[in-house]
Design a protein around this ligand. Structure first.
Ligand SMILES: [Fe+2]
Length: 368
């Protein structure tokens, strides 16, 4: 276990004065309310469902072409597995019903009906990175699944559990809900500002390299006024390989994360990084690869912010993602596939892209 050390960097105000990306939109089109689901295409649906069952999700509906999975909350589906070549197909957000009409009128897009199994209506958007986003209202719901009673924790100065023992089984845990999804994009300023202008998202925290005008990471939350929301629902990064970086599901406690780790290890799934505690968002985390190589996070004890919290500015370096825990793994950083990374970098250098040579040099210095 290591304690992360912050290297010498610019002060918060200096990062803020360099950053040329705004914190929130003065007049967003709508305000998204939260992350509803992610849709993954998988060539072998049974294999994918086995992984996500071990990860802690439950099947709410299944056909030969599609599996819908839920957590403990009333949402009928937070993960959709569709038959097809492995890829992250799209994400779904929640919005008020009238927001769908606003999107339809202002952007000239149809409000469509989901099939009865999914329920509700949606408008399909495409972000500047080419990611498909469905903005939903009225999705189908189910009764909540009751949480197992928690054992009172005997603290050093307060010991409520007397004459009672604790017995835990190493078995699949129960995911509570879908938390956030993280993507690497080629135009980080344009993409952040699209999420602000179109969906009303607020940047909770930026991470920047020294003297940079654009961030390396932006953690964005929904704007629900004085209702507290997760520190980030969507995060955007400027990393060598484009596309989906990870998607996170909430568990109840650090002990559940540890039990899940032992269970997933017993099933021979591939561990990526953890257990540790993030800095921005404060979550206890543990990362796993599914059989198709995509990354998924278990987290617990994340921060909640309402819309009054100001945007934070922070340095980006190799220890900037965790307060304690093991060093970031090569798997999580992507450096265990150097040729794949190099291929992506070379391709991007020939495109109009934020990843130029000067930035690669800075990134390399910050991460080493
Ligand atoms: Fe995460």
């Amino acid at each position: 276990m290591t304690i992360a050390v912050t290297p010498d960097t610019l002060s918060t105000n200096e990062f803020k004065s360099c950053c040329q990306v705004r914190e929130r939109s003065p007049d967003p089109l709508i305000k998204a309310q939260g992350l509803a689901y992610v849709v993954l295409q998988r060539p072998d649906l049974d294999r994918a469902a086995d992984f996500f069952t071990s990860f802690g999700l439950l099947t709410s509906h299944r056909t030969s072409q599609r599996i819908l999975m839920r957590g403990r909350t009333s949402e009928h589906h937070i993960l959709v597995l569709e038959k097809g070549p492995a890829r992250y197909a799209r994400m779904g957000l929640y919005a008020e019903r009238e927001s769908l009409d606003t999107l339809s009128t202002k952007l000239g897009l149809p409000v469509e009906k989901h099939d009865p199994e999914l329920g509700g209506e949606y408008v399909t958007l495409t972000d500047p990175a080419g990611l498909t986003i469905e903005v939903n209202a009225g999705l189908r719901s189910l009764p909540d699944i009751e949480k197992p009673a928690a054992n009172p924790w005997n603290l050093s100065d307060h010991k409520p559990r007397i004459n009672r023992t604790v017995r835990k089984q190493v078995a699949p845990v129960q995911v509570h809900k879908l938390g956030h999804t993280v993507h690497s994009v080629s135009d980080i300023k344009g993409t952040i500002e699209w999420y602000q202008d179109t969906l009303g998202m607020i940047v909770s925290d930026f991470q920047l390299l020294n003297q940079e005008e654009i961030p390396s990471v932006a953690f964005m939350r929904c704007d629900r006024g004085d209702i507290p929301v997760d520190h980030h629902t969507i995060a955007l990064g400027l990393t060598p390989e484009l596309g989906h970086l990870h998607t996170a599901f909430e568990l109840d406690s650090m002990e559940e994360i540890a039990i899940a780790q032992e269970w997933l290890q017993k099933q021979d799934y591939t561990h990526s990084w953890g257990i540790g505690r993030h800095i921005l968002g404060s979550q206890i985390f543990d990362y796993w690869r599914d059989p198709d190589g995509d990354l998924f996070e278990h987290y617990a004890d994340g921060d909640l912010f309402d819309s009054s919290v100001a945007t934070g500015y922070h340095p980006f370096h190799k220890d900037a993602q965790h307060q304690w825990g093991p060093h970031m793994s090569a798997d999580f950083a992507g450096t265990n596939h150097p040729w794949r990374m190099l291929k992506s970098v070379v391709r991007r250098l020939f495109n109009k892209d934020d990843l130029n040579l000067a930035r690669i040099k800075k990134l390399n210095k910050a991460l080493n």
